[in-house]
Each structure stands twice: as C-alpha cells, then as structure tokens.
Ligand binder design. Structure first.
Ligand SMILES: Nc1ncnc2c1ncn2[C@@H]1O[C@H](COP(=O)(O)OP(=O)(O)OP(=O)(O)O)[C@@H](O)[C@H]1O
Length: 445
C-alpha cells in the first residue's frame, strides 16, 4: 500500500497501529494534532482510514525557518486525504520563553490552542509513542519529580471541553518509522530535532540509544514503572480526597484534624489541595520541615509558607490557602451604572427605578486606613470596624484588602459597605432608601 495513493483511506494498516486508533470512544470530531512530522502524519493516515469524522489541527509556531513549507505540507496532505484542516498561527515571543525555554513556551501555546479549539465530545489525538514516554519519564527523573511526574504522559485525559488521547504510547518509534518507510510516506523533518542543545534531544540522541542497546526491553520496563507510578498517584489522590472530606470546612483545613494525620498524609493532602487550585508547589528545599512547622505551630504564632502566587497561612484553628490578590493602591470613585473591579470583588451601583430621580452622592472605595467606624442603623451608635471584623472571623490578610465603600456628602463621609460582608440598608434590600442599590460580589476562587 502506498500512502500517497488512493489507497490511503483503506484500512489495511497493521493491527498494532490500527487497533488503538479504531477502538477510540464515540466522539463528535476526532482532531489529529498534526505537526507534519513522521508520527503525526502517520497517525492522520491511520485515523482517516478508521473514522469518518476526522480533521487535522496544525499549530504554526512560526519559529522554524521552514514553518511555511511545513504548513503547506499539512495543507497538501489534508487535501489529498480529503480531511478538513484547521491551521492556527501562534506568536511565541522570545521574551515569553521563561525558565523552560522556547520549546516549553511553544508547548504551552500549543496546549492553549488545543484547549480553545476542543468542543464538547471532541477527541484530540496526539502521536506520542513509547520512546517519547521514556524520554518524558527520564527527563522528569533528572529534573527531580515525584510519582505524578514519573507516571509519564497519560493515555487519555480531559482537555478543554473535550479529551486528549495518545493511542500509540505502547508503540516504539522504530516501529512507526518502519511502517512509514514501508508505505513510502513523506513527512517534514523538524530541523531543531537534531540539536543536542535541547535536553529532550540530548536524551533522544546521546543517551537512549546506549540504554536501549544494553537493556533491549527498556521501553516496556519504563512503561511498567510509569504505570505503577500512575497507580500510586491515583491512590494518593483518592486518599487526599477522603481526608479532605474529613478535615475541611468551607474550603479550609481544620488544623486539629490535620494534626492527627501523619506528616506523610499532611504533605499529600496539602500538595493535592495546591494542585486542585491550579497552583504550583512551592519550590522550597525544606518543604517538609516548613509544612510540619506551619501545622504544629502554637496558636500565638502566625507562620506562613509563600508559594508562587499564593501563601499557606493559619488563622483561628484553620489552615488557609490564600491566592495573592492585588487591590488598587489608591481610593477610586464608583460611577453609577459602571463596574469597579477591586481584586476579586466586583462593585456596581444600579438605580432601583428605570429613571432615577437624582444622581447618587459621590461614592468612594478604598481599603482600611485604621480607625474606621461602622453604623448599622441611621442615628444608632457607631462601632469599631476592626472589632467587628475580628468578631466576624475575617482573617487579617483579608481585612487589609476588603473594599470599604463610602458615601460622601459635603463635610461627611459615611461607611456604607464593607466588602460583600455588610451593606447599609440605604443601599440594599428590596427598596433601598437611597434609590440606588450597591452590589458587591466576590469571585469564587
Ligand atoms: N505544531 C504542532 N501542531 C499540531 N500538533 C503538534 C505540533 N507539534 C506537536 N504536535 C503534536 O504533539 C505530538 C508530540 O510532539 P513532538 O514535538 O514530540 O513531536 P514531533 O516530533 O514534533 O512530531 P511528530 O510526533 O509528528 O513526529 C505530535 O505527535 C503531534 O501530535
């Protein structure tokens, strides 16, 4: 069978390649992530032979000198196979490369597109194979990782509104190349694939050939180890979920409950919590020690662990995971009908009548400066805001960020709302006396 001819849509592909592709779950669309390289080109042929709802998705990172030719190759290939093709061009600026380098920046940009493009019921097929899996596991091992990293790439997972599948994780690169050459397939060679400057290429070209020669069953062995790690990882998650149910109240961990867990379980639970919030583990050499101190500290102490974009803190018997929040440094006016974003709070002033009789007095929003007083009823006694916030159990870091809303009249300034915790009856309820309703909402985090 010649891949370039009309027979490309025939399902005469070898069973070891066709089997994992033909047995995919039902889907709205099957999108093949097509780089134009050997593996994904072959995958497109096999997928198109097995399914009617196949299309291809090519991301042009515009990084390689031959990127236009690669894009053109994908276009011609899809035309020949009568498969619809979606091409997305992305700009990966050198400045965005961050600590992981340009390759990592390109990978992240690619996954952003995948997430955006995948609709409900769509499957995205990637052509990762067994050698890719070994490289991934070794690479992570060398960088230092736990069982989650050593589990390698999963065969499938949710992505955007759809799911990602890697049907060929058990097939070796040699096997794919052999089939591709047998059928006379053509593909594009990525010039960067040979550069040993990239860690992955160094592993692929300088390390793995020797390891494979010495241990011919290397691919299978690493696959088994990765699978064992994936199972341990699943069990650790399951344990964390169960212990979360036992130890949490309203999204925080009860210190008394986690103190009863072993240090190993505490670390597992907090790690799971951090990942579940979409955050990264703090890069601390003494993480184990820091967490133990945070959990065991006396109530009179306020230690904290700072991570990338968040901190772990304790307050009144609870452990909090606090995402970093920025609020304006200066006070701001709240214009009627306009929305004001204040960190995670959104503020709006809306008229209760379709044609309000008068404009509201100026409304100003600011953070605590100290000494504020709160009056619950008109003409009633005022009380200290600080004491009231303490009584409400608002943690100190939150008190410093809360938007305080003032109604300004000549010579006087009156506090009419404290974040989403309290609002004067003048501006709230079914018939606010001011004729304007103040709405303060906090985004769920
Ligand atoms: N630019 C791209 N556009 C669409 N999908 C891509 C792109 N680059 C990679 N992929 C997908 O990710 C998989 C793994 O990427 P990787 O960089 O390891 O492979 P490759 O060497 O670029 O390409 P191939 O796997 O096709 O030989 C590819 O098999 C392909 O499915």
């Amino acid at each position: 069978m010649k891949a370039g001819g009309n027979t490309a849509r025939e399902s005469g592909w070898p069973d070891d390649l066709r089997g994992p592709v033909s047995s995919l779950p039902d889907s709205s669309r099957i999108l093949v992530a097509l780089s134009g390289g050997l593996d994904s080109t072959l995958l497109l042929y096999v997928a198109a032979a097995c399914h009617r709802n196949v299309c291809a998705l090519h991301i042009n990172h515009q990084l390689q000198p031959n990127h236009s030719q690669t894009e053109q190759f994908c276009r011609s290939l899809c035309e020949r196979l009568a498969v619809p093709l979606l091409v997305e061009r992305v700009d990966v600026a050198v400045g965005e490369s961050g600590s992981g380098g340009l390759e990592e920046a390109a990978r992240l940009a690619r996954y952003d597109v995948f997430r955006r493009v995948l609709g409900a019921g769509d499957l995205l097929l990637m052509a990762h194979h067994a050698d890719d899996q070994v490289e991934t596991v070794l690479f992570r091992l060398l960088r230092g990782t736990g069982v989650t990293g050593l589990a390698g790439m999963p065969e499938s997972r949710r992505l955007g509104q759809g799911a990602l599948f890697r049907p060929w994780l058990a097939v070796s690169r040699d096997r794919l190349e052999q089939v591709a050459r047998d059928v006379g397939l053509s593909w594009v060679e990525d010039p960067s694939n040979t550069s040993l400057a990239f860690d992955r290429n160094y592993l692929r070209h300088a390390v793995l050939p020797g390891l494979k020669e010495r241990w011919p069953g290397l691919l299978k062995r690493v696959e088994h180890s990765a699978r064992a790690c994936a199972e341990s990882d699943t069990l650790s998650h399951r344990l964390a979920e169960l212990q979360w149910q036992m130890c949490s109240d309203s999204g925080q961990l009860r210190l008394a409950s986690i103190q009863a867990l072993s240090p190993l379980e505490q670390r597992n639970l907090v790690r799971w919590w951090i990942h579940r919030q979409g955050l990264k583990m703090p890069a601390l050499a003494d993480w184990d020690q820091s967490l133990a101190e945070l959990v065991q500290a006396g109530e009179d102490r306020t230690p904290e662990i700072r991570g990338d974009g968040f901190s772990l803190r304790r307050y009144r018997g609870y452990l909090y995971l606090v995402p970093n929040v920025e609020v304006p440094a200066h006070s701001a006016g709240l214009e009627p009908g306009r929305t004001l974003q204040w960190g995670p709070w959104t503020l709006r002033l809306t008229p209760t009548a379709t044609t309000p009789e008068a404009a509201p007095p100026p409304i100003r929003v600011s953070t605590r400066q100290g000494g504020e007083r709160l009056r619950f009823e008109e003409g009633g006694h005022s009380r200290s805001l600080k004491t009231w916030l303490q009584e409400q159990g608002v943690p100190p870091w939150e008190r410093a960020l809360l938007p305080l809303v003032y109604h300004e009249t000549p010579g006087a300034s009156e506090l009419i709302a404290v974040g989403d915790l309290w609002c004067s009856e003048q501006y709230s309820g079914s018939a606010p006396a001011a004729g304007w309703r103040l709405i303060v909402e906090r985004d769920c985090d």
